[in-house]
Design a protein around this ligand. Structure first.
Ligand SMILES: Nc1ncnc2c1ncn2[C@@H]1O[C@H](COP(=O)(O)OP(=O)(O)O)[C@@H](O)[C@H]1O
Ligand SMILES: [Mg+2]
Length: 405
């Protein structure tokens, strides 16, 4: 992979010319010139999850069906990379009720979404919705896509409708009372005579929190009740897939290697790793409990793992295209007992922690295999989003266009 990438790096230093359309939709070098000019001139804000208990954060504190995390330190990692890349004015701000005021005070031209929300239901869409409403362009998914991707049941319905492999499941709504697998028609229809094991998990979650391995049908009712108690939302029940587990992340059509932009005809795979399980692990232990370290993952080898790498890349790119994804997404994929890959879920805001002191993030860990550094990844995501917005959403980038004049 590295050899192919290095081989096709652009070398010619084209001079920027023509209208912004020519420059944005033209060569990678011309795009690079525009991105660098914008980075030099625009004020950016990296957004992290606001704390609902802070003064003036919300009107009423409610619950968090999706386990809350601020992601502030990752937002600072992203901001640090943006500054190194030549964007000197980057603020790091929470997405609470003061969001609009902070964006105005900092005269923010463009935002970067690194938030799982403050509280409430469908929290992954909240900041994106506010930015859409306020007219601030951003790196991240639009509200609808973020909402779909963060709801495992909704996303899996899309996968099934499109013919992509994913395990069968039912969701349980506790408003119907406790789940009784023996008498429940939907359970019988979906799970047939599968006796176990099962996985019971929240429809919107993160980092394996509240994910239960359940040996047999007898344990399901209690597990469902416990996930419901923790999340106050729908609960998903699917068969346990005992095979190898992988992550594949796909970004857009523009990438940076050694800070040089390239355009691709296919969505670009930026991460392909296998999870390494300890003997006592049936599912990935939460990164809140065991941080992501090098021994917990294996970067897939282009030769040794060629077949699975191709399968993962094809799957990731195909879902990216079919669902019209517009920014980075990381799929968690696991094999069944026969080795067939099934998509577990999609992460619309994959962890982008920069590697440090033995800890890393899944996406950052395999970047070197793709000829990229952490700063290249950040530049890739920004440039790809800018290229998309200027090309496809010109009405949303009026203030950015003005900065180029
Ligand atoms: N059906 C399943 N079969 C096997 N393992 C599963 C299944 N669903 C989830 N897991 C395990 O639980 C972990 C967390 O589940 P996931 O669906 O990725 O949710 P999240 O990462 O949002 O908590 C996965 O990484 C995997 O190890
Ligand atoms: Mg996951």
């Amino acid at each position: 992979m590295t050899a192919t990438i290095a081989h096709s790096l652009p070398t010619a230093k084209a001079q920027p010319h023509g209208t912004w359309e020519d420059r944005y939709l033209g060569s990678a070098r011309a795009l690079q010139d525009c991105v660098e000019t914008l980075m030099d001139r625009m004020n950016m804000a990296v957004i992290y999850g606001g704390d609902k208990t802070a003064d003036g954060a919300v009107i009423n504190q409610t619950s968090n069906p999706r386990s809350w995390k601020s992601y502030k330190s990752v937002a600072q990692d992203i901001a640090g990379a943006l500054r190194r890349l030549g964007c000197p004015r980057v603020s790091v701000i929470p997405d609470d009720m003061q969001f609009g005021r902070r964006l105005t005070e900092n005269e923010v031209h463009m935002a970067w979404l690194n938030t799982g929300g403050v509280q409430g239901y469908s929290p992954l869409c909240h900041a994106a919705s506010m930015l859409e409403m306020m007219g601030i362009p951003y790196v991240g998914h639009d509200p609808m896509t973020a909402g779909i991707l963060d709801r495992k049941d909704v996303f899996k319905r899309f996968l099934m409708a499109l013919g992509f492999p994913t395990a069968p499941f039912i969701t349980w709504n506790m408003a119907e009372g406790p789940l009784d697998p023996a008498s429940n028609e939907r359970f019988r229809r979906v799970h047939g005579d599968h006796a176990g094991p099962f996985i019971v998990k929240p429809v919107s979650g993160r980092a394996s929190l509240n994910v239960h391995w359940v040996e047999g049908r007898g344990g399901l009712s209690a597990a469902v009740a416990s996930v419901h108690e923790a999340t106050r939302s729908l609960v998903m029940i699917e068969p346990y897939l005992p095979g190898r587990e992988f992550c594949v992340a796909v970004s857009g059509y523009v990438t940076a290697q050694r800070r040089e932009l390239r355009r691709h005809k296919d969505p670009f795979v930026v991460c392909a790793i296998e999870r390494v399980f300890q003997p006592d692990e049936r599912i990935v232990t939460s990164m809140d409990v065991r941080p992501i370290t090098g021994d917990r993952l294996r970067v897939l080898d282009p030769e040794q793992d060629a077949a699975v790498l191709r399968e993962l890349a094809d799957l990731g790119r195909a879902v990216y295209r079919e669902m019209n994804i517009e920014s980075l997404i990381r799929f968690d994929v696991r094999a069944d007992e026969a080795g067939r890959l099934k998509i577990l879920e999609a992460n619309p805001k994959p962890d982008l922690k920069a590697p440090s002191r033995g800890q890393t993030s899944l996406v950052a860990a395999s970047l070197s295999a793709f000829g990229m550094s952490y700063d290249d990844l950040i530049l890739s995501l920004l440039a790809d989003r800018l290229a998309f917005l200027f090309g496809e959403r010109p009405g949303c980038v009026g203030r950015l266009k003005a900065l180029l004049d």
